[in-house]
Design a protein around this ligand. Structure first.
Ligand code: SF4
Ligand code: F3S
Length: 106
């Protein structure tokens, strides 16, 4: 499956959700995750993310392996999102910032 990683936190552009043919994106307060049990590896979402937050599970950047389990766990708790919405007002300020995991809201 594909995995949403650190770059999405506090950016949450949601461009990714509308292309997913199996509705596997789930929305939290400031981050999205992919349900690994639903993702069919179609690859359509990966190029949609303007901050390149989406990776195949086997290609997650070094140090971000924790996001594999986070996507699996949080997708069970958070609701599905299928329609794009406006990003947070300060999303631009958080683009390219690293190590945002402590800022992840559950
Ligand atoms: Fe959905 Fe395809 Fe992305 Fe998996 S790879 S989350 S199925 S758009
Ligand atoms: Fe996040 Fe990128 Fe989607 S910022 S919400 S993974 S478009």
């Amino acid at each position: 499956p594909f995995v949403v990683t650190d770059n999405c936190i506090k950016c949450k552009y949601t461009d990714c959700v509308e292309v997913c043919p199996v509705d596997c994106f789930h929305e939290g307060p400031n981050f999205l995750v992919i349900d690994p049990d639903e993702c069919i590896d179609c690859t359509l979402c990966e190029p949609e993310c303007p901050v390149n937050a989406i990776y195949p599970e086997d290609d997650v950047p070094a140090g971000q392996e924790v996001f594999v389990a986070l996507n699996a766990d949080l997708s069970k708790a958070w609701p599905v999102i299928t329609v794009r919405k406006d990003p947070p007002a300060d999303a631009k300020d958080w683009e390219g910032k690293t190590d945002k995991l402590p800022l992840l809201e559950r």
